[in-house]
Unconditional design. Structure first.
Length: 220
């Protein structure tokens, strides 16, 4: 059986996409790990809907602050230059187009870049939170997720069957087996996990993938 990249490695690969000076919002799950892996020498300003800008990576054991957590409920390090404000101001930043990148998890992503990440119809419950605002307001939306669901169904689909978070908003998908960009012509396979061939990835992807001319192995 081919090996899949762990969640931490997915986060490492996504972190390479964050540029020096970017204002970045990290969602629940794998996305929240990205703050641990930003390449040395880059400064990223993290934003939260709860009303924080410019927090640090996760706190070391014994240095936790109950009032400073990320979207996954993990404790964060305070850093010089942090600012705190009303949640309404935080959403105004999103809706005003001031977030350079948001990294979100997903239940489904379509071949057009439609995003579903807030409700499983089988459960009948969900909470969209700030994801809908981020999908519409961030300059770039990156999805970080496992390639298939727990039931073995593809999460990259031709059409989303779950309630949409946002249409045509995703620009890059990073999974445990591939890096795929969303282009006008469709989904372009750009990188593969070690040991994975394009045909293996296609077998776990519902829409037809376009193979980039320079497909390479995911490197960190």
């Amino acid at each position: 059986m081919l090996g899949r990249l762990p969640r931490e490695v997915i986060a490492m690969r996504v972190a390479r996409e964050l540029k020096d000076g970017d204002v970045v919002n990290l969602g629940l799950g794998i996305p929240s790990l990205c703050s641990q892996y930003v390449p040395e020498g880059r400064t990223v300003f993290y934003h939260s809907e709860s009303g924080v800008l410019n927090y640090g990576p996760m706190a070391e054991e014994g240095e936790e602050d109950d009032d400073l957590i990320n979207a996954s409920g993990q404790f964060l390090q305070p850093i010089a230059g942090m600012s705190f404000f009303h949640s309404a101001d935080a959403f105004a930043m999103i809706r005003g187009g001031h977030i350079d990148v948001t990294v979100l998890g997903a239940l489904q992503v379509s071949e057009r870049g439609d995003l579903s990440n807030w409700m499983l119809p089988s459960r009948g419950i969900g909470n969209v939170g700030g994801a809908m605002d981020l999908a519409a307001g961030a300059k770039r939306v990156i999805v970080a997720m496992e390639h298939i669901g727990r039931n073995g169904d593809p999460k990259i689909v031709s059409e989303c069957t779950f309630p949409l978070t946002g249409p045509r908003c995703v620009s890059l998908i990073v999974t445990d087996i591939a890096v795929i960009s969303v282009e006008k012509e469709g989904l372009v396979l750009r990188e593969t996990a070690p040991g994975w061939e394009p045909r293996d990835i296609q077998n776990e992807t519902e829409p037809q993938l376009i193979l980039a001319d320079d497909i390479k192995e995911i490197a960190l």
